[in-house]
Design a protein around this ligand. Structure first.
Ligand code: SF4
Length: 248
């Protein structure tokens, strides 16, 4: 089985937000005239700013992009959000390690939002509306979401499906590393995001994070996962050579 994951190099990220824009465009995420209320705005990929808290001239800033961490949980498939969903609207795919969201099953109870330690889920307070003309740019491979349901990053799962269909049409049973890449990975101008199969020792994500194939813990001393102590066993790894970033 695959175990798709991501490595984000925080020493390279400049906080430009290209990943956020690419993600919204790829996944038909609508925006509102007033996006200042972050509690109700929707961004599957969100860039946070961290600071070492020191006064000038010792101030250092770091930007931290945060997609869904696609937690495997302590026992494969026991992600925090999957465990609490009463409608089985969110599911762990054991073939890819991707945590999916099935919009037509979701009835908006938002237990998953409460369970997610990474604030990676967003509730849709409105039916989506696009300014005239922009509806032509919608991605036909991605369902639009209606008011009253929860949504989140899917690691661009439709791109995986497309890559598999193309491989089958060409008589292949497997896909290569570059056949399936998320939109944020391709959009990052700094090359800070790497995506691939953490189970494949040939893939760049494996070489960068060097995860233990049994526990997922990174062997690269500069690599870490968010809130590792919770046992969420996430598939998004971060790399930084700066100690204060790793501690923050
Ligand atoms: Fe679920 Fe949140 Fe983990 Fe994503 S980051 S798998 S939404 S608990």
């Amino acid at each position: 089985a695959h175990k798709f994951g991501m490595v984000i190099d925080l020493d390279k990220c400049t906080g430009c937000g290209s990943c956020m824009v690419a993600c919204m465009q790829e996944n038909n995420v609508p925006f509102k005239e007033d996006e200042s209320n972050k509690l109700v705005s929707i961004t599957w990929m969100r860039v946070y700013q961290l600071s070492n808290g020191k006064p000038f001239p010792d101030t250092e800033i770091c930007y931290l992009p945060r997609p869904c961490q696609h937690c495997a949980g302590q026992h494969e498939g026991h992600s925090p959000c999957v465990s609490v969903c009463p409608a089985t609207a969110t599911d762990y795919d054991s073939h890819t390690g991707i945590v999916s969201q099935i919009y037509t099953r979701c009835f908006g109870c938002r237990y998953c939002m409460g369970a997610c330690p990474y604030h990676a889920r967003h509730f849709n307070w409105w039916d989506p509306v696009w300014p005239s003309g922009l509806e032509k740019s919608l991605n036909p491979d991605v369902s639009n979401r209606m008011r009253g349901i929860v949504e989140k990053c899917s690691f661009c799962f439709h791109r995986y499906q497309r890559a598999m269909e193309r491989a089958h049409a060409e008589g292949r049973r497997t896909i290569d590393e570059h056949d399936y890449q998320t939109s944020c990975t391709l959009a990052c101008p700094a090359g800070a995001i790497t995506f691939g199969d953490l189970n494949n020792t040939e893939h760049d994500v494996y070489k960068l994070a060097k995860p233990d194939l049994a526990t997922g813990r990174p062997h690269n001393p500069n690599a870490f996962r968010l809130l590792e102590e919770l046992g969420t066993n996430t598939k998004v790894y971060y790399i930084s050579s700066r100690e204060w970033v790793r501690k923050a």
